[in-house]
Design a binder for this molecule. Sequence first.
Ligand code: ZN
Length: 431
Amino acid sequence: MPKTFMPEMKTVEELRNHQLKKLKWTVAHSYNGSSAYKKKMDDAGLQSGDIHSLDDLRHLPFTTATDLQEGYPFPLLSVPFSKVVRIHASSGTTGKRKVLCYTQKDIDDWTHFFARCYEMAGLTSEDRIQIAVGYGVWTAGISFQMGCEAFGAMAIPAGPGNLDMQCQFLVDFQTTAIMCTASMGLLMAEEVNKRGLKDRINLKKMTIGSERSSDAMRKRIRDLLDLDDMFDVPGMTELYGPGTGLDCIYHTGIHYWADYYILEILDPNTLDPVPEGEIGEMVVTTLEKEGVPLIRYRTRDLTKMIPGQCPCGSILPRHDRILGRSDDMIIFRAVNIYPGQVDHALSGIEGIGSEYQIVLGRKNDGKDYMTLKVERAQGVDPGQDSELGGKIKGEIKKQIMVSADVELFEYGSLPRSERKSKRVFDNRDNC
Ligand code: ZN
């Protein structure tokens, strides 16, 4: 049997037993190790031994970004400094940055489950993996690399940007898989196409992370590069970083590593669980993390659970792609709209490109108006604008139940970036 990085547990019951054992450990560890966690639990009238079943999770107090900011520079640290071997931080102004400390065990665990991502994507030790994401304190390219090396594939630590070099590596090293953001993936795909390199490269798979990407954008990347498969890697600094799950080859949702953390999906307003399959905020509780364990951390990311079992047979549960941030939720004419829903509505329409913007404004009549700026697909004639616009309006009305004006633009005219593209422009306060 080749080495596997999948969980040792074979059944959901074994997984739940593991979660309960590790939840008890996490609560005791945080209570004893961090004065901030001790105070939170004392305030909630809880003691470290009060966890008897997984249902007791809901009695635990929440942790938020504010807890991390207030404890700057080393918030919620639950081990002595002598055990800390690395930090990572989210970018942001001083005081708003979240700094996370890792012990050697935390790094080893992260490496192990990142190797699992490569296994989940069906890669092997023969693969050559171009890691085109950032390395440094704000980003965690190093985790892609350590996971890759533990997995046994060949890492090409290219870093982000520098399309000349990226293209050269694709040709010279015959890279088989590339790790990047979706925006970077699109830039690379367009560059490879422009330079006519498609027949000289051997790229088969791409894993994208760190931002939402529309189905249309994925399809465009996939077609331009002739990829066999694309995967989504979620990740946030608070919860180790990238690599905390991956969709399998069936693409029925993102399998998340439930042996390393518990995921709750809660209504962001009431903080009660949403019915299975409905959109809510991801709230995570770590099970193995020593340096900065998380107890019911409110991520502000929105997604939903995927019920039932995946055809791959894994016991690891699935959540949908990140559909937006609870902070980004747009309230438009009393309807809650998540930008991910707009992605989804646009993705089924032929003749449009992958880039779009949502612009919100308020007119003199005091009412809110939404304009969608959408690119035509490459080669589509502007003469079709009224027909295309009508289709887009219809799809938005049908799926999100709001009326939007549509403006169509030349392919390639909306701004692209190597990092995250801004898509929502809310001008209602300026009107
Ligand atoms: Zn699966």
